[in-house]
Design a protein. Structure first.
Length: 258
């Protein structure tokens, strides 16, 4: 498996405070990675830099061999790196189907003139986008909500809808920022199954930020652990779980005391 994303010494300063320092990772194709750490460790800041929301103070990000450091979020998204947010970002008054169509429109080929005058290429492509969006809703098991307003869906279904909208934009790397936040245990179990399914179905590379360790251990093949803006441990789940530095960071004591 080749490396799809290479991050070198990424650093983010806020008014002299280093929120992230020398963050370096290499993500291979078609794998699920975890990024864990206590609150304030710098995890979301990393995701914001990788997705273009924040411009790094220093360091580089290479995607598929191309330097994308500091590009705008829309440019990074079109290249194939898409993300979710801790707080849902849906078009609340639009239907579930319309939300997914909006995601698919990132790669539309018709122009505004064709859309305004309802020309044939616009009509044909819109039909294809709608069919593709319905297929995405079916894959995530929420097709029954297609005509319902997004804000009327149960919370777990809204989380799935957000992922469906992103998948419709054809990502190669999916950055998931606490997807299990607010979910009950049964919804979390379903989320793990769903993420495994879409990763296999779409051959995605996934970087997952999550506090629910059952979700992390159930999904991730390789885990990076952050504390105070730096990576303090990395490895396969069982290695990370038993690492004294990780135990110290999470529990405030050494393994001998646990």
């Amino acid at each position: 498996m080749s490396e799809l994303l290479e991050v070198n010494n990424l650093t983010m300063n806020f008014k002299g405070l280093k929120a992230v320092s020398d963050f370096s990772v290499k993500l291979k194709e078609n794998m699920i990675y975890g990024l864990i750490g206590t609150n304030g460790a710098g995890k979301t800041t990393v995701i914001n830099m990788l997705s273009g929301v924040l411009k790094p103070s220093s360091g580089t990000v290479f995607f598929n061999g191309e330097n994308i450091t500091g590009l705008r979020p829309d440019k990074i998204a079109k290249k194939g790196i898409l993300r979710t947010y801790q707080n849902l970002r849906l078009f609340k008054k639009a239907s579930a189907l319309q939300n997914v169509i909006i995601g698919a429109q990132m790669h539309k080929s018709y122009n505004n003139i064709e859309a305004i005058f309802d020309l044939s290429r616009f009509r044909n492509e819109e039909k294809e986008l709608e069919a593709s969006a319905m297929a995405m809703l079916r894959i995530l098991g929420i097709e029954n909500y297609a005509k319902e307003r997004a804000d009327s869906l149960p919370y777990g279904a809204q989380r799935k809808l957000e992922i469906a909208r992103i998948l419709a934009a054809s990502p190669r790397i999916l950055l998931l920022d606490e997807p299990a936040a607010g979910m009950n245990p049964q919804e979390s179990v379903e989320l793990v199954r769903m993420i495994k399914h879409i990763q296999e179905e779409f051959k995605l590379t996934i970087l997952l930020i999550e506090h629910d360790m059952k979700v992390v251990m159930g999904l991730c093949e390789f885990i990076y652990v952050m504390a105070t803006g730096q990576i303090i441990a990395q490895g396969e789940p069982q290695v990370v779980r038993d690492d004294p530095k990780v135990i110290e960071a999470y529990l405030g004591r050494t393994r001998k005391d646990v």
